[in-house]
Design a protein around this ligand. Structure first.
Ligand code: G3I
Ligand code: 9MR
Length: 584
């Protein structure tokens, strides 16, 4: 009898718990929280209607009542949603959102600086990606690990051989960040990553200076974001062939490592084929670095000058070799060992020319760089991604308005118009969209690394805000933060360690191999991608905005990568810096 009662009690309790759990999953919201004066929206996936209310998370006392919106139909999945808008409630605290019949949301905060911890965490994510160094517990907590990949004896691959550096020559190319869930280091992908982080510093220097991340360099007089970027910059500089200025495509194993810790991955490492795209991305990054580190002459003696020299050399190499493309298959037809790691093959170089020319022009103030390429009109005007970098150059030109020569200044009005028009297109239809986010207005948003689409859209909108002062852009950017942190069709907050329901099984070798249950924190999962190129079994659906799987095998939706983390860092930190402007 006693047992029976216990069983019954457990049955009721467990069923109630399960119901609450399911309900929480149907209420989609930013799982971290909201700024007091900003828009605050949750989305109910399903058909309940009527009232919703907010309750204090601890006392469960009702603090606000509202009504769900009319039903919306998700254009991608055709599923129904309703919006719970509680923007009017502004009192700081910790709350849950209740929908009678549907249940309770995860708890969330309303407070100033609500994304500061996530911003700091996402910067710290880069520290965990460092190659060639141990991560002591003092900085890495339970994710401490021994040094991996010293990269002090790297081989020149036959595809990169020259007279002075024949195949098999040993070079030293330490430091840098692991690209993603793999342990290789790719110049092209480092390009956009570094450009985005540097731009955050240039756009919001004061905010960045106040964002310490507890890394070994903390307190050395250089902001930690830049300290972190220096780890990768010093590696990048070693990827330039000192003899001719060309830049190797990547530093890599011949094949991907198994899922082991860095220190157990000891296969030979190679630098492979120089090419135009790598040279231009490199030139852009180190040209930008040159002007940034000019501001830290004591802390980084000589660095700014070396960067500028390196940038000019890479640019000249690209001018002399404008059509060299990295084609892994072709390369493997001609050289051994065959290289099967990430390709980052980009056939079209117009955008890299624009970016490199812009950065070199800004840093040197020499019109010749500006005249060397047709900067405008860029008919493509594509959202930034590892193979689309023109907008990085445009953002820089806009930011540097005051220091440009007359030649560059004359194009700025047209450039501003273009960015505003681009951002207006992003905002179109958002108010009718099922989740009320800029991200996900079209199924085309969901590609490999779609989380970075959301983040880069957010950056474009922040640029539009900076140009125009119009708050609609800032709110649009915030809607994509909400998307990334939970207000989306999967119900996940895609940033590891931040939110109630976050990825636990990212495709990330250290997270898989370290024996620690929690994944390394501060890493952005690639996110929803109906491509399912990993052929992993277990995807819940092929529906574009729901095709996400929190499993290690699902590298096409659940890997992490530096070029996805960087725009998230930008977006979160920029929003923190601009939060006062969210007041209606
Ligand atoms: O270029 C076509 C475009 O024309 C077409 O409209 C579009 C339709 O989906 O596809 C475009 O190609 C895509 C390409 O990325 C460029 O965006 C491919 O489908 C897609 O498979 C490809 O995915 C890349 C993936 O590597 C496979 O190559 C990701 O962008 C890239 O982030 C990812 O990078 C890997 C590295 O290789 C290795 N390290 C991990 C890293 C992250 O997964
Ligand atoms: O781990 C690799 C990941 O970093 C890449 O993004 C992905 C696509 O290139 O490939 C992963 O490696 C897989 C390989 O492509 C196929 N065999 C299984 C590997 C994962 O364990």
């Amino acid at each position: 009898m006693k047992n029976k009662t216990a069983l019954l009690l457990c049955f009721c309790f467990c069923a109630a718990r399960a119901a609450a759990q399911i309900a929480a999953d149907n209420i989609r919201l930013n799982q971290i929280g909201f700024y007091p004066a900003a828009p605050k929206i949750a989305v109910l996936v399903g058909t309940d209607s009527g009232a919703f209310y907010l309750a204090d998370a601890r006392t469960r006392k009702k603090v606000y009542t509202g009504r769900l919106s009319e039903t919306r139909t998700n254009v991608i999945s055709k599923k129904k949603t309703r919006i719970a808008d509680f923007s009017a409630f502004q009192k700081p605290g910790k709350y849950i959102l209740m929908i009678p019949d549907a249940g309770a949301s995860y708890p969330f905060l309303i407070e100033p600086n609500v994304h500061r911890a996530a911003a700091t965490g996402a910067v710290k994510g880069f520290y965990y990606q460092r190659a060639s160094t141990a991560l002591p517990e003092k900085y890495a907590g339970k994710w401490a690990r021994p040094e991996g990949h010293p990269d002090d004896s790297v081989l020149i691959h036959p595809s990169a051989a020259t007279e002075k550096r024949p195949a098999g020559t040993v070079i030293s190319s330490p430091r840098g960040w692991y690209d993603a869930g793999d342990y290789n280091k790719y110049v092209v992908n480092s390009g956009i990553t570094m450009g985005t982080l540097f731009s955050l510093y240039e756009d919001f220097p004061d905010y960045v200076k106040g964002l310490p991340t507890n890394i070994p360099e903390s307190g050395n007089g250089v902001p930690d974001l830049l300290n972190e970027a220096l780890w990768n910059l010093r590696w990048m500089l070693t990827m330039q062939d000192p003899d001719d200025g060309g830049v190797y495509h990547k530093l890599t194993n011949a094949a991907f490592d198994p899922m082991v810790m860095p220190e157990q991955a000891r296969k030979p490492r190679y630098v492979v084929q120089k090419n135009t795209i790598a040279a231009l991305d490199f030139a852009a990054v180190v040209a930008q670095a040159a002007r940034i580190f000019k501001g830290f002459p004591k802390e980084t003696p000589g660095l700014a000058d070396s960067c500028l020299t390196a940038a000019v050399k890479a640019w000249k190499w690209a001018e002399a070799n404008p059509d060299d493309r990295y084609r892994q298959n072709d390369m493997n037809g001609r050289f051994e060992p065959k290289i099967t790691t990430g390709g980052y093959e980009d056939g079209a170089g117009a955008d890299e020319w624009i970016w490199a020319a812009s950065e070199l022009y800004i840093t040197t103030r020499e019109d010749t760089y500006y005249q060397a390429v047709q900067l405008l009109p860029d008919t493509l005007f594509r959202l930034p991604s590892w193979n689309q970098v023109a907008l990085l150059g445009y953002y820089s030109l806009l930011r540097q308005e005051k220091t440009l020569t007359a030649l560059g200044k004359k194009d700025l009005p047209a450039l501003k118009q273009k960015i505003l028009a681009f951002s207006d297109r992003l905002l179109q239809g958002v108010d009718q969209q099922a989740f009320n986010t800029v991200m996900g207005r079209s199924a085309k948003d969901f590609i490999w690394g779609s989380s970075a689409v959301a983040a880069n859209e957010g950056i474009a909108l922040i640029q539009a805000f900076r140009i125009s002062g119009s708050k609609k852009y800032l709110r649009g950017a915030l809607s994509n933060i909400d998307y990334l942190l939970g207000r989306n069709a999967t119900g996940y907050s895609f940033l590891t360690g931040f939110g109630a329901r976050t990825p636990m099984h990212i495709h990330h070798r250290p997270s898989e191999a370290d024996g620690v249950a929690d994944p390394v924190p501060g890493l952005l999962s690639g996110g929803t991608n109906p491509g399912q190129q990993d052929k992993c079994s277990g995807y819940p659906t092929k529906i574009a905005d729901e095709s996400y799987l929190d499993a290690v095998c699902a590298y096409a939706s659940n890997e992490i990568a530096i070029n996805w983390n960087a725009p998230l860092v930008y977006l979160l930190a920029a929003m923190e810096a601009l939060q006062k402007n969210l007041v209606p």
